[in-house]
Ligand binder design. Structure first.
Ligand code: ADP
Ligand code: 5GP
Length: 193
């Protein structure tokens, strides 16, 4: 039978620290790989197609959605679509990897529902909304309009923290990264060398 790995889903409001945590885990554990999502949003300068996202036009995204190519997809912000392609899961499992996701709270809920105990869903929680907004501002990646969209969504997303398997408070980064390692090791029953 072909390999079926486990799912590690990190979800949180934008700016909470998912990307930072996920990148760290990927650099620490060879058994893990990242689910590259498809999105219609504009690429940031430091992002690469096929590494951070599969960037695509709204037309291509819609075509693939109608063709049932997504495991899940959401309009995370108005007119900005994000989704996990089924082919991405197949690609990573065929490489023998456990899959790490960085997706919004609705997508995370859907993946958890699909995979049950084979999925660990972690909500990354900032120490406060104010700290999150400061981090997002300091990241300097968003236009004023995009920044406003993200901040508007924060409070709603924060209400979902209890819907997931674990809450990871991201205050002191060093501590958070260690805690994230323990979560991964416990769930996959592996140890970092
Ligand atoms: P997300 O992927 O959830 O939107 P990021 O990982 O991009 O969040 O983090 C948002 C910003 O906050 C980034 O500039 C990142 O370097 C910074 N950051 C993340 N975690 C911490 C932390 N514990 N303390 C201070 N800054 C942090
Ligand atoms: P960003 O534009 O900051 O990269 O991501 C915005 C939001 O979209 C984040 O909450 C991120 O987790 C979420 N997201 C990224 N990829 C996916 C995906 O494939 N599916 C869903 N549902 N959300 C995603």
């Amino acid at each position: 039978m072909s390999f079926k790995g486990k799912m590690l889903v990190f979800t949180a409001p934008s700016g909470a620290g998912k990307t930072t945590i996920v990148r760290h885990l990927l650099s620490e554990y060879e058994a893990l790989d990242f689910s590259i999502s498809a999105t219609t949003r504009a690429r940031r300068d430091y992002e690469r197609h096929g590494r951070d996202y599969y960037f695509m036009s709204p037309e291509e995204f819609r075509y693939r959605a109608e063709n049932d190519e997504f495991l899940e997809w959401e309009e995370v912000y108005e007119d900005q679509f994000y989704g996990t392609l089924k082919s991405e899961v197949d690609r990573l499992w065929s490489m023998g990897k456990h899959i790490v996701f960085d997706i919004d709270v609705r997508g995370a809920t859907n993946i958890k529902r699909l995979y049950g105990d084979d999925c660990l869903a972690v909500f990354v929680k900032p120490p406060s909304v104010e700290v999150l907004i400061k981090r997002l501002r300091d990241r300097k990646t968003e236009s004023d309009a995009s920044f406003a969209k993200r901040v508007k969504r924060v409070k709603r997303e924060m209400q979902y923290e209890h819907d997931f398997d674990k809450i990871l408070v991201n205050d002191l980064l060093e501590v958070t990264l260690k805690e994230a390692e323990y979560l991964v090791e416990g769930f996959l029953n592996i140890k970092n060398e």
